[in-house]
Write a protein that binds this ligand. Structure first.
Ligand code: SIN
Length: 280
């Protein structure tokens, strides 16, 4: 069996077939997947009947486990979180805003893996926005305003006790655990080279980015809002359609992602791991 990689034809994303992720992978197979991941930023592996052990083994081929705050892991596992929504759930959709996973950390995870378990018959697509393409196409006037900016990242708007998933967020089936530690801040350059491919791109967006160093909130917010609209333009987006038994991996250093709804009345369940930054 040899690996076949088929590009989505959209701004990023490819399907990978000809591989069985329930088996140990060879070094050559891992190298081929890594190279496709760096090229396409989002890889979908259909028809994989994986267990949580398989998910953990797959994750560790590409780095260590990331550190996942503000979620309880699923029972019996330290590094797997459930991305879950019940058919009758009425709380706001989880992760509906664009983001790069845990960008507020000192060493944010290089990647994320999601294993589909319960997939609704309609809706629930995940969108990805290619942040190399978004920087490449940015008008020079806008780029001049952003180049060299140091972004202030924080989880406070989402995970502080008064945040979106804070104390007032009731009836949610996901095990989200808001905490005061979400108010911590972390600096990262907004425009930066990808640590492996060295391709320039935009890292993260409004939400986890709460300001820019040396700017007032009044100055930074309009700029962040303009940037957010640019980063998520249709021409940079890949719309991922889920199938049961599909594994997805993406590169948080290259893309933003967000969840979509449209599956009211249906359960949705995926198991998630993060891949740590190289050397962390
Ligand atoms: C996530 O942001 O990890 C979840 C994406 C999704 O539910 O589609």
């Amino acid at each position: 069996m040899s690996i076949a990689i088929t590009a989505s034809g959209q701004a990023c994303g490819a399907a990978v077939t000809g591989i069985d992720l329930t088996e140990d992978l060879s070094q050559d197979q891992v190298a081929e997947i890594r190279s496709a991941w760096l090229e396409h930023h989002v890889l979908a592996f259909p028809d994989q009947h994986m267990s949580d052990d398989d998910l953990e083994r797959f994750t560790l081929y590409f780095g260590g486990f990331g550190h996942d705050p503000f979620f309880d892991p699923i029972e019996g596992r330290e590094h797997i979180a459930a991305i879950q929504r019940k058919a009758n759930e009425t709380s706001p959709l989880f992760a509906e805003n664009w983001h790069s996973d845990w960008s507020f950390q000192e060493h944010p995870p290089a990647g994320t893996c999601l294993r589909a378990i319960d997939i609704p018959p309609i809706g629930g697509d995940t969108l990805f926005a290619n942040q190399h393409a978004s920087l490449d196409a940015m008008p020079s006037e806008m780029r001049a305003k952003l180049e060299g900016k140091i972004a202030i990242h924080s989880a406070q708007l989402a995970y502080a006790p008064d945040g979106t998933y804070g104390d007032k967020d009731e009836e949610r089936s996901m095990a989200i655990r808001p905490d005061e530690s979400a108010r911590a801040t972390q600096l990262h350059p907004l425009v930066r080279n990808h640590p492996e491919t060295h391709r320039p791109g935009l890292f993260s967006c409004l939400g986890y980015i709460i300001g820019f160093e040396g700017m007032t909130q009044q100055e930074a917010l309009p700029l962040l809002t303009e940037l957010y609209a640019w980063q998520s333009r249709d021409e940079f987006v890949y719309r991922h359609k889920w199938e049961p038994d599909m594994l997805l991996m993406w590169d948080n250093r290259s893309v933003l992602h967000c969840a979509t709804g449209g599956y009211e009345g249906h359960d949705r369940l995926l198991h998630r791991t993060t891949i740590s930054a190289f050397g962390h």
